[in-house]
Design a binder for this molecule. Structure first.
Ligand code: IMP
Ligand code: MG
Length: 173
């Protein structure tokens, strides 16, 4: 049984709000969005879909693959399997993930991407569990700060299941 934590319309409203902030901050820029597979896909495409047409014309996007989780516990080791294929040197990069939890994944991704020499590097997450942080990581755009509960849906999985739910939920035990 999955209990709804954030209804789909509330997620959509917040995504539109985030898109407004990004549109304002990148009004003069041509950003490159880098999504962390697989959890960021739904969020990133919805976010990009809410940006104004002029910005959608200029922006580029890519994905990289990182994983640290088995079931509901972080292994503490972050494996980058595919690092993306766009050249980020001199670019304004926005890393997008569905959730930041311990911060290990985002910290590792930022470390990797900064080596490419971007002009700027920011982060955008739909969900943040600040109480779980093990590595400090800058969160520039955040949809919702949530308490320490394992969430699923809207791209987030539990062992690859429940990703496709349209809302953010918690698995009742
Ligand atoms: P971190 O490295 O601990 O910050 O976790 C980041 C990654 O762990 C995310 O990209 C998710 O794939 C996964 N994750 C963390 N918390 C959750 C959760 O509550 N539900 C589903 N996946 C999660
Ligand atoms: Mg996962």
């Amino acid at each position: 049984m999955v209990q709804i934590l954030i209804e789909a319309p509330a997620v959509a409203r917040r995504v539109a709000w985030l898109a407004g902030m990004v549109a304002r901050d990148y009004a003069e820029a041509s950003p490159v969005f880098v999504g962390v597979l697989n959890g960021a896909v739904q969020f990133m495409m919805d976010l990009i879909g809410r940006l104004p047409p002029e910005l959608r014309q200029r922006l580029r996007y890519d994905f990289l693959s990182a994983s640290s989780y088995r079931g509901e516990t972080s292994t503490g080791e972050v494996a980058i399997r595919h690092a993306g294929s766009l050249d980020l040197a001199g670019q304004d990069v926005i890393v997008v993930d569905g959730i930041v939890d311990t911060g290990l994944t985002l910290a590792r991704v930022l470390e990797l991407l900064s080596k490419a020499g971007p002009r700027s590097l920011r982060t955008c997450v739909l969900l943040d569990k600040p109480s779980r942080r093990r590595r400090p990581v800058p969160v520039d755009y955040c949809g919702f700060a949530i308490e320490d509960r394992f969430v699923v849906g809207y791209g987030l999985d539990r062992d690859q299941q429940l990703r496709a739910l349209p809302f953010v939920g918690v698995v009742a035990r």
